[in-house]
Design a protein around this ligand. Sequence first.
Ligand code: 2YG
Length: 283
Amino acid sequence: MTRLASDDIADIVDKLEDYDTELISKTGHPLRGIACAAVGVDEFRIRNILGNLRVGVIPITSGEGIISGFCEAVKGILSHMGCRAFVTQATDVAGLAEAFKKKVDIILLSDDECFIALHTESRRVIDNAVATGKGFVAGLSLMASGLKEKNVLVIGCGPVGRSAVEELVGEGARVSICDIDSSRSIALSEEIKRSFNAEIQIAEELDRALTAHQLIIDATPAADIIRTQHITPDTVISVPGVPLGLDSEAQSKISNRLLHDPLQIGVATMLVCAMKFHIKKIC
Ligand code: 2YG
């Protein structure tokens, strides 16, 4: 699992308004709209519910410890989405106690391996990797005006890539997968066959797969794997992976048809996934 650095997230909160403007120009929706599309919730229905939600973010000191700015960035994204979010003063178990005493509806916390949202009343657990896969597929779909019957390449068969593949199969896309470890792509294709009775293709060779696809999800921690020769006027790329997998020439060539952020879409989608259980409770 990629561990973010403070530099990756330092300016997220200050730039959320600008990011919404960028997202609207790329997908037609701001962050909240993309998260709602990812979860299949009507954005206008949840607006007032969000305003009443109390969300606690708990700093966790285990393992490699606190990432400076991480909880503040998560809290800033949640507040930008319209809910009442705060970072607990205490860390770890004391932070959990503080959140419960403050009667939160949703808790977000992350150690080195696992970043989750807990919906206190329904006791549901939302995993960041699953939500991130959903969110970036929704973004690709909005940029490409739908993915049904379209060929989509997913690079990286880790937790985020797996979630993206499941979403794409659900959207009726024709999915190819590629992973540096072929046992992971084989395992994922067998799992998709078993769970969805759907066939996905395994691309043995990344360069050839990138040349053959215009719709791409890059769910790897690899840099510079997507280069200028892979970018055509029809190429649209959604990158949940950190760092961004396009080299600088490919980035300038693809211009507006590229979606990437280190935390925002994943956290926004986690929140809407969590509150979706909340909506079920009230409707
Ligand atoms: O509470 C803290 O400050 C730390 N325990 C947070 C540690 C987070 C470690 N995980 C990551 O940096 C990423 N997997 C987070 C999600 C990235 C989404 N693309």
